[in-house]
Design a protein around this ligand. Structure first.
Ligand SMILES: [Zn+2]
Length: 348
């Protein structure tokens, strides 16, 4: 009789233990973070992307355009023809233009320096040897002179083909710009389309405004192609063509318009890296009951924006570009190749 009573007590204790253990397990399970993490469409969760590009290294790009851009915190991509640097070079219609020097190109600071080839020849008509030279030598010279990686090509005359694209890929370029007058949506990075800015009225400020709004609506990427900035656009044409020149006043109006929009303005190469990382990057996530560690491995140092959805009510973030306290769903701007930690906040 005594034995059976002890047995009953043991069974009761066991049942209680199982109940408590299950409860602990359930509580732990629900406190273990559930996390959805993805790279957003554009940096800083902007509605679209915009790149300002220049061709042919006209010295006025440095003397006039660059200070205006800097005033609005806008960086662009400057396509350099390496054999033209520091010289006064003729362009069609017998017009002579002074080109930037290497010192001026270096002074462009954190703007992107793209290759616009060595000699501005039509790449689609070159033999293999000359083609390799135009693509690889220009990159080598730019990297040596600027000390920065050159990953973007502005095709001379905006012409390309599959062979040229393959050589670019093999030579370490990440992207290249053409002229298709289209908004880019999930583009082939070696055929990024752009719109030429021909003069103060083509496109007009109103047309640019409309184009940007459409781009934001479609969550696309617009690239603009500039050549000359000058008080006197007529200097750049004999009347056969539009001058490919805008006045400094109009250029400033345009920069003002761009910076008022919900659009991420960045050099072509930076946007291309963002698109690549969005498609390919792997986010390492290490979870525990009290924190989540994130790490993005990348060959580049371009910041990405993450959309984070957590089951935890409140968290504190360290190691991002916008550290702070967050709850529920939030956005983090993060640099790759460094650890970001999201701590669970139990109180408050
Ligand atoms: Zn050109």
């Amino acid at each position: 009789m005594g034995g059976s009573s002890i047995h009953r007590i043991q069974v009761k204790t066991l049942k209680w233990m199982i109940f408590i253990l299950s409860l602990i397990f359930i509580l732990l399970f629900f406190s273990y973070p559930h996390a959805d993490i993805e790279v957003t469409e554009w940096y800083n969760n902007a509605g679209g992307a915009l790149s300002i590009t220049f061709d042919d290294c006209d010295e006025n790009q440095y003397l006039i355009a660059y200070p205006i851009m800097r005033k609005y915190g806008i960086r662009g991509s400057f396509g350099v023809v390496t054999s033209w640097v520091g010289k006064t070079v003729e362009q069609p219609e017998n017009i002579f233009i002074k080109r930037m020097s290497w010192d001026e190109i270096r002074n462009l600071g954190d703007n992107e320096i793209s290759s616009h080839s060595c000699n501005h020849k039509l790449l689609t008509e070159l033999n293999e040897k000359d083609l390799l030279f135009e693509i690889q030598e220009s990159k080598k010279i730019i990297e040596k002179e600027t000390g920065k990686r050159c990953i973007t090509m502005h095709y001379p005359f905006s012409r390309t083909d599959e062979n040229i694209k393959n050589i670019l890929k093999q030579s370490g370029y990440l992207c290249a710009r053409t002229l298709e007058s289209e908004i880019n949506r999930d583009p082939d990075l070696y055929e990024v389309s752009s719109y030429a800015v021909f003069d103060d009225d083509h496109p007009s400020l109103a047309e640019l405004n409309e184009l940007l709004d459409l781009c934001i609506k479609e969550r696309g990427w617009i690239v603009l192609m500039y050549h000359h900035i000058d008080e006197n656009p007529q200097k750049y044409t004999t009347g056969t063509y539009l001058p490919l020149c805008v006045t400094p006043e109009t250029f400033e109006e345009q920069m003002k318009l761009f910076s008022s929009k919900d659009i991420w303005i960045a050099p072509v190469g930076e946007v291309a890296i963002y698109l690549r990382e969005k498609r390919e990057c792997e986010i390492e996530i290490e979870k525990s009951f009290t924190k989540i560690k994130l790490f993005i491995k990348s060959d580049y140092n371009v910041p990405l924006t993450l959309k984070i959805n957590l089951s935890w009510r409140r968290v504190r973030v360290k190691g991002s570009l916008n550290d702070g306290e967050y709850s529920g769903s939030f956005y983090l701007n993060v640099l790759p190749n460094r650890e970001i930690v999201i701590y669970r906040e139990f109180f408050g």
